[in-house]
Write a protein that binds this ligand. Structure first.
Ligand code: GLU
Length: 476
């Protein structure tokens, strides 16, 4: 039977199907499994904003999947495709994601049905503030209960408006800034948050390639150098992942796919130049960094070593799964592979680094930002110079004792105390590395009996077990 005769479930059902698959490997009561699976609540709001001389009604959501840890966390998406099923699926993934990388938050997600390209910046500000007002007055934005962040269609600007709106409505809350993450630096943001999800993708791939056994399971060899990569979606996440992998790991970005056409160059596309072009022209048409191809469908199915879906859910589905020609897929987006496609790919032997681990860099650095906001001090401010003084003392003593001068370049690198960005990267690297090690251990452990056992199921098992343990401790 061809795989595309089967019916595709909704996003929410797809996440649940993958969840249920993991539950079958666990010793957990049916009642608790059900409690963890369901979404606790979803708030729908319709509000009007007077724009261009008339009232416009917008529909927004904030879904809370699990409150086993608070605040609950998750982005706010601006897209016309936003609906209840989608925010609930995304909120569930946030719960599992936070659990996998040991970020002490529950899962939530928000969305607004809007095409941000239809509105000017001033209009978007008014719409965002009004949406934020609706959520704030119901404690669905609150530093100790529910902390949004950017997602598809939103960024620093929207987060700054939300933070300011909260502050206006809670003038005496000293922790007001911690009500949202992903803010610009001058509004309480943290260095390294913008590129964090892309950076996390790079770290996740480095972790994978650190283990020859894992690389072998995907049919690949060696390290990231020269690996042919297709990036689907050239927004914040896809762009940063591609840039770092090319500039720092010597990987070859052969295809970049956007909604209005793709760029192909088997020798590798210069990512930063491609970004500059795209930002300026809004399309890859006439871009000389590669060949422009308007129809992206065949490009997505082109042969590559690593496929990075970095746009949105459901792009690898029953219709195209058997034509996907990648050894390794790393899910930079949330839910890019449907449950049905997951099965097809598993049978083909494609290794998938699952979303809840792969794209957790964003929420990990959001956690650092939230801690920074609550402590009211930049990371490294107290210790940086003291660290430098100690390092300098050691260098001087070595030079004196050996009567030898160490190289200037080494001294400069060694003496330098850690600043905020260095600390953020170190914390993110440590998080990705530790989580991968735990995940692969479960993977290999179970794979010896069941060759069909995959990394995603390993990630679910770890996440569900952690949430179950905290529910048990809470006595629910
Ligand atoms: N929207 C991002 C995600 O899906 C970030 C969430 C956050 O930082 O809270 O993981």
């Amino acid at each position: 039977m061809s795989s595309n005769n089967r019916k595709e479930p909704s996003f929410r059902q797809s996440v649940d199907a993958l969840y249920n698959r993991a539950i079958r490997h666990m010793n957990i009561s049916e009642g608790l499994a059900e409690k963890i699976r369901v979404c606790n609540s979803t708030y729908t709001v319709r509000f009007g904003v007077k724009l261009r001389g008339d009232f416009h009604t917008f529909t927004g959501y904030r879904s809370v999947h699990s409150e086993h840890a608070e605040p609950v966390k998750g982005g706010i998406r601006y897209a016309m495709s936003v609906n209840q099923d989608e925010v609930e699926a995304l909120a569930a993934l946030m719960t599992y994601k936070c659990a996998v990388v040991e970020v002490p938050f529950g899962g939530s997600k928000g969305g607004l049905r809007i095409n941000p390209r239809d509105w000017s910046e001033d209009e978007l500000e008014r719409i965002t503030r009004r949406f934020a007002f609706e959520l704030i007055k119901r404690d669905l934005i609150n530093p100790s209960q529910n902390v949004p962040a950017p997602d598809m269609g939103t960024g620093e600007k929207e987060m700054a408006w939300i933070a300011d709106q909260y502050k206006r409505m809670n003038t005496t809350d000293i922790d007001a800034r911690a009500c949202v993450t992903g803010k610009p630096l001058n509004a309480g943001g943290i260095r390294g948050r913008t590129e964090a999800t892309g950076r996390g993708i790079q770290y996740a791939l480095r972790d994978f390639f650190r283990y020859p056994e894992d690389v072998k399971a995907s049919g690949l060899k060696g390290d990231l150098k020269g690996k042919r990569i297709i990036v689907q979606g050239f927004g914040n996440v896809g762009y940063h992942a591609a840039k770092f992998l090319q500039e720092e790991d010597d990987a070859k970005i052969t295809h970049i796919l956007e909604y209005n056409g793709g760029l192909v160059n088997p020798k590798g596309i210069k990512v930063q130049e491609a970004k500059d072009w795209f930002t300026h022209h809004g399309s890859f048409k006439d871009c000389e960094l590669g060949e422009f191809v308007e129809e992206t469908k065949p490009l997505f199915e082109a042969e590559c070593d690593i496929l990075i879906p970095a746009a949105m859910e459901g792009v690898i589905n029953l219709e195209n799964a058997d034509r996907i020609d990648a050894n390794l897929i790393i899910e930079a987006a949330n839910g890019p592979v449907t449950a049905g496609a997951d099965e097809v790919l598993r049978k083909k032997g494609t290794v998938i680094i699952p979303d809840m681990y792969a794209n957790a860099g964003g929420v990990t650095v959001s956690y650092f930002e939230w801690v920074k906001n609550l402590s009211h001090i930049r990371f490294g401010r107290m210790q940086r110079r003291e660290e430098e003084a100690r390092h300098r003392m050691l260098i001087e003593e070595i030079e004196r004792a050996t009567s030898n001068k160490l190289s200037k370049a080494f001294k400069e690198r060694y003496i330098k105390g850690a600043d905020e960005l260095t600390l953020v990267r170190s914390g993110l690297d440590d998080t990705m590395r530790g989580s991968y090690a735990t995940m692969r251990e479960t993977w290999h452990d179970k794979r010896s009996d069941d060759p069909d056992f995959d990394l995603r199921t390993a990630a679910y098992i770890i996440a569900i077990q952690r949430v179950a343990d905290s529910y048990k401790a809470l006595g629910l």
